[in-house]
Design a protein around this ligand. Sequence first.
Ligand SMILES: Nc1ncnc2c1ncn2[C@@H]1O[C@H](COP(=O)(O)OP(=O)(O)OP(=O)(O)O)[C@@H](O)[C@H]1O
Length: 224
Amino acid sequence: MADGIRLEKIALQLGTKRFSFDIAMTDGAITAVTGPSGSGKSTLLNLIAGFEIPESGRILIVGEDVTHAHPSKRPISLVFQDNNLFAHLDLVTNIGLGVDPSLNLSREDWARISQSLERVGLSGFETRKPGTLSGGERQRAAFARVLVRKRPVLLMDEPFAALDPELRASMASLLLDLHRETGNTVVIVSHDRAEVQKLADVVVAVDDGTIVNSAANTAIPYAR
Ligand SMILES: Nc1ncnc2c1ncn2[C@@H]1O[C@H](COP(=O)(O)OP(=O)(O)OP(=O)(O)O)[C@@H](O)[C@H]1O
């Protein structure tokens, strides 16, 4: 199968910590990244997103070498722990910027933005600024932006960590719906075993700055 994301002989040092990654993630699959705290899971996502540049090696996304490309030039959407929402802008504007950075949006685009807020349970929050939301609401707003952006690659770092179990499960189902609709390549860092089982096609284990295991999720796929 084609590679959605490929990290070829990547080497990076941050402070005293050395990282080396060499892995191919299948196009159109959901890859869960697991491992102990401090093992390098976020660093792996930061490399793919372009927030860290490797000292050597190459990063390819859907076949294109993006090793030195600016994060905004990579075909990815992100839901990271800090949500990447602009504090001074309301939610519809934050999500609208995800569709078009110059906010040149059609009536249909605005309708899709409202629908995405509705899908994550944030109807009526359109004019709220991120600072007035709870941590879980901010995570859901960041996910609403992903729903309208529809990029081929989605990177998520503990996206639902601040949510209670019920909401967490419903956001995981929404992620699966999006994945089935778009066939996107998803990389999700998660500590939640049930979530990994439910979502992942492949589970990658990171330890001490490198990948120590990569295997198909043994959960019965039809149970997803
Ligand atoms: N800019 C930096 N300078 C120095 N050390 C760093 C830097 N960024 C990350 N590290 C270190 O690299 C290691 C891996 O960090 P990373 O955030 O990738 O871990 P993680 O597996 O995502 O952890 P967690 O599950 O706790 O979020 C940690 O020991 C961290 O302190």
